[in-house]
Design a protein. Structure first.
Length: 438
């Protein structure tokens, strides 16, 4: 097959260079580092820039475009709804009601209520507010390395320095504890010798820090911004059982991990988790800003009429997008495709790891994987400088990637769930060539 990608000149091209200069003149430059590519249009896993260069996408627009860029069914649903009704505030519409019903039907069976918002941060903050109201307590347990958003309470619950640097004081009542990072175990354990000592440490830290006013615990099924860090199998279920023993609310942040990303519709399914509150975002609208807070009726019932609202949450266009995305996932078996393509891609990436002296760890599930780059596999010294080179070189060869990680040294592997075998292999060929020539 002929190659999908095509990059005709050093990046950025002439139109891209002019637009980037104008962009930096007028918009605050406080976003993360990306390849110098000015996107023009996209379809499926393929992105074309303003100079006509063609790329395969391993970012999904930061794990958003799960059903692919500009899926025709989603585009038509949004276009049709936009011509009928754009805003309704708190009033119901047929689309809003159907979207809520479909959400309840797809999430874990104990979650029988939906509340629509606009962003993942809003859903997370809503969950913490409800946990406090329901229990009458105020302490929230969260984890080092966690990312729950950039708004005040969400950043306060997060366990990364960047989102809250020099923004203090942060939300009071947050108890930070340890998230398992097996590649860099702070307890010096190996996978072979581990008995989840990190869990025992977590329990001890909470007991030592709490004033006796525990309201809830919030956790990501895997930590995205920290570097696609996955806990040991069984950790999350053990944690859920412990949370219930404490009589507090279990909040699962599935803003990034939901909608088929891990090879299951929700990452909670891997260990049959039953969170009482679950935040969903990103892939739910596949490009349209929308999020949802899923809840048990009794728990969210702690709020009375008018105690949670949203200007744009549940608006007709977002609701139409929610419906269309769920229809696409089901009709095209994209969750199953994510599992199948994820196995293929991870297998090849593990082979590349054996050959590349700088690829220290390959980890992930489905179509969410992290490639942790190090200067030396024995010392595991983080190599964020190499990640910057990978981003630029991969783009120059037709592959768009991004970086994450506590140390900024992890390459993001998260293509849209519509990726084909041909697209997977071509993108892997590019990444292998880039990594082997660092």
């Amino acid at each position: 097959m002929p190659p999908i990608t095509h990059v005709s000149s050093p990046l950025p091209g002439p139109q891209g260079a002019a637009l980037l200069a104008e962009w930096h003149q007028y918009e605050a430059n406080c976003v993360g580092y990306q390849a110098p590519v000015v996107w023009d249009h996209a379809s499926g896993c393929v992105v074309t820039d303003v100079d006509g260069n063609v790329f395969l996408d391993w970012t999904s627009g930061v794990l958003v475009a799960n059903v692919g860029h500009c899926h025709p069914h989603l585009v038509e649903a949004v276009r049709t709804q936009a011509g009928r009704l754009l805003n309704n505030y708190e009033s119901p519409t047929a689309e809003r009601i159907r979207a809520a019903k479909m959400m309840v039907e797809t999430t874990p069976p104990n979650l029988d209520r939906t509340f629509f918002l606009s962003t993942g941060s809003e859903a997370v903050e809503g969950a913490m507010r409800i946990a406090k109201r329901y229990t009458g307590n105020y302490e929230i347990i969260s984890f080092t390395g966690g990312f729950h958003g950039r708004t005040y309470a969400a950043a306060g619950a997060g366990g990364l320095a960047g989102p809250k640097k020099q923004y203090g004081p942060i939300m009071p009542g947050v108890i930070k504890t340890l998230y398992p990072y097996c590649y860099r175990c702070p307890l010096g354990m190996s996978c072979e010798s581990c008995s989840m000592e990190c869990f025992d440490l977590m329990e001890s830290l909470v007991q030592a820090s709490s004033t006796g006013s525990l309201a809830g615990l919030i956790i990501e099924p895997y930590q995205g911004a920290a570097g696609f860090i996955f806990p040991p199998v069984g950790y999350l279920k053990r944690l859920e059982n412990w949370v219930r023993e404490q009589g507090i609310i279990f909040i699962l942040d599935e803003v990034q991990s939901s909608y088929g990303r891990t090879g299951k519709m929700y990452a909670a399914e891997w260990e049959d988790l039953r969170p009482q509150l679950m935040a969903i975002g990103k892939g739910i609208g596949s490009g349209i800003p929308v999020s949802a807070l899923m809840a048990e009726a009794e728990v969210i019932g702690a709020l009375g009429p008018g105690e949670m609202s949203s200007t744009f949450g549940g608006n007709p266009v977002s609701s139409a997008a929610v419906i269309a995305v769920l229809e696409i996932l089901q009709q095209e078996n994209l969750v199953e495709n994510a599992a199948r393509m994820g196995d293929l891609m991870k297998s090849r990436l593990l082979e590349i790891q054996e050959k590349c002296p700088y690829l220290g760890d390959v980890r992930g599930q489905g179509l969410v994987m992290g490639l942790e780059l190090v200067h030396d596999k024995n010392t595991k010294e983080p190599a964020p400088d190499l990640v910057r080179r990978v981003i630029d070189e991969a783009a120059q060869h037709g592959l768009l990637v991004g970086s994450v990680g506590i140390f900024g040294n992890v390459v993001r592997v998260a293509p849209p769930l519509v990726i084909t075998e041909a697209e997977a292999h071509e993108s892997l060929d590019i990444m292998e060539d880039v990594l082997m020539h660092l």
